[in-house]
Design a protein around this ligand. Structure first.
Ligand SMILES: [Fe+2]
Length: 147
């Protein structure tokens, strides 16, 4: 029975709750978040959407940076094995990919319709969870646990 129990991730902490709140808040920005519909919104609503997007984007940036800073120390403390060394390189590179993806998104936030940027932010946050937290961070947790 214990073999089939879900593995606890010792790296899970308040950042998970922050990410969940960010996803919820981003979903509240516009119930009709399709870029092609932004043209029908009045200027004051578009401005409000952009402001909320900036706020959510800033929170995601803070979350990413806290994650990277915390895990740099954990990655450096992994044992000197080939598996740990390979993980350290791949994990660090994946952090950099996401920071670059975030930077690309932010560069465009002031331009165009906010609906498209909202979809971009939601996609980036979803990819962060699916492609990083559930893969790289879970692997790091297993390495730290000596599995
Ligand atoms: Fe990570």
């Amino acid at each position: 029975m214990a073999d089939h129990a879900p593995q606890e991730n010792p790296l899970a902490d308040a950042a998970d709750a922050d990410l969940a709140r960010l996803i919820e808040d981003a979903a509240q920005i516009c119930a009709d978040a399709a870029a092609e519909r932004c043209g029908a919104c009045p200027a004051h609503r578009l401005a409000a959407c952009r402001e909320q997007l900036w706020a959510c984007g800033h929170r995601f940036r803070e979350l990413l940076l806290r994650h990277v800073m915390r895990e740099q120390a954990l990655l450096a403390g992994l044992p000197c094995t080939e598996a740990a060394w390979k993980h350290r390189i791949r994990h660090r590179d994946h952090h950099q990919e996401f920071v670059c993806g975030y930077n690309r998104l932010v560069m465009d936030l002031g331009r165009g319709h906010p609906g498209g940027h909202l979809q971009g932010l939601e996609s980036l946050v979803a990819a962060w969870t699916r492609e990083h937290v559930l893969v790289f961070d879970a692997e790091l947790a297993a390495l730290l646990a000596g599995k």
